[in-house]
Structure formats: structure tokens, C-alpha cells
Design a protein. Structure first.
Length: 68
């Protein structure tokens, strides 16, 4: 399976804010707890090619990072 291509873009639903992250470390340091598969998700996440990304960050540690 192909890997997501950086930058990774988060489109936050509540605030309408869009954030781009250039590396895994950048995501780990700036997105403390996030699960793209959680019910009522907080954001959509896509890679540089516009492909949906499945991502889970817990306590500043990346647990899952792959294309859907």
C-alpha cells in the first residue's frame, strides 16, 4: 500500500480552520489526541494528493498513519 504524501492537511469542522503538517513529528507535537475514525470526527484529513488519510495520535505519539 502506498504511503501518505506530505504535507498532510487537517480541515477542522468546528472552527473551519485548515492546518498543514510537514512531517510525522510535526503532527505528533501539534495534534495531541486525535482519531480520524472516531464517531462524529473532528476533522477530515488528506495527503498532498487529496487522498483521505487514516490517522490516530494519542498523548503525542502516532499510533496509526495510512491511506484509507
Amino acid at each position: 500500500m502506498a504511503a501518505p504524501v506530505f504535507p498532510i492537511t487537517f480541515h477542522w469542522f468546528k472552527s473551519g480552520r485548515i492546518e498543514e503538517f510537514e512531517s510525522l513529528e510535526d503532527i505528533e507535537w501539534n495534534v495531541e489526541d486525535f482519531d480520524s475514525e472516531a464517531d462524529g470526527g473532528e476533522a477530515s484529513v488528506v495527503d498532498a494528493k487529496g487522498r483521505p488519510v487514516r490517522i490516530r495520535v494519542s498523548l503525542l505519539s502516532m499510533e496509526l498513519f495510512e491511506l484509507l
